[in-house]
Ligand binder design. Structure first.
Ligand code: SF4
Ligand code: SF4
Length: 182
């Protein structure tokens, strides 16, 4: 199988620097609002703060892949004497919690590194994190060509989530109805 270069984009998180200000949630939800910047609702953000001030826990987590099933095992982590809950570090949009789901539609949210139009120099949560808790990094990796992420895969994830929520038949009926209206 032929190989292609892929740019892997990462946001590095420094927990020591995060003060829980939630600017990252605000800018992410505002940038992805429709119309752009017309609202800011942290529930629509693709980065969420796990924030427990009494335990001195401030943990920003940005949204990863959608999964239709809960995971089988969960872990607790104790780091620097602070105990993190089972799902705290998880980036998945999954059935066991509300995080990383669009609140009205229930559709999964996934961080797109702010690659939307207009293109950004760096992810906006990184830019607006004035405490430098977030750092953007890029590296090149070789991947099998057919593994490359494509827009249709994004679409497939959204459709799969709708089918899981409402049933495939209902989804097909709705699409058929919509196509007749156009
Ligand atoms: S990179 Fe962009 S889309 Fe991803 S969490 Fe940050 S602001 Fe949101
Ligand atoms: S903007 Fe930075 S300091 Fe503020 S909550 Fe987000 S990661 Fe933490």
């Amino acid at each position: 199988m032929s190989k292609a270069k892929k740019t892997v984009k990462v946001i590095k998180i420094d927990l020591e620097q995060c003060n829980g200000c939630r600017s990252c949630e605000m800018i992410c939800s505002a940038f992805h609002a429709q119309e752009r910047y017309s609202s800011n609702n942290p529930a629509r953000s693709r980065i969420r703060m796990i924030r427990r001030p009494l335990e001195d826990i401030y943990l920003p987590v940005y949204a990863g892949e959608y999964t239709a099933a809960e995971c089988m095992g969960r872990d607790k982590y104790v780091i620097d004497g602070k105990e993190y809950d089972e799902c705290d570090f998880c980036r998945a949009s999954c059935p066991s919690r509300d995080a990383f789901k669009e609140p009205d539609s229930g559709l999964p949210l996934k961080c797109d590194m702010c690659e939307d139009d207009p293109p950004q120099e760096e992810p906006l949560c990184v830019k607006w994190c004035l405490s430098d808790a977030l750092t953007y990094e890029e590296r090149e990796e070789e991947v099998d060509e057919e593994e490359e992420e494509t827009v249709p895969k994004e679409m497939e994830r959204g459709l799969k989530s709708l089918a899981d929520t409402y049933g495939l038949d209902n989804l097909m009926d709705t699409i058929a109805r919509m196509s007749k209206k156009e």
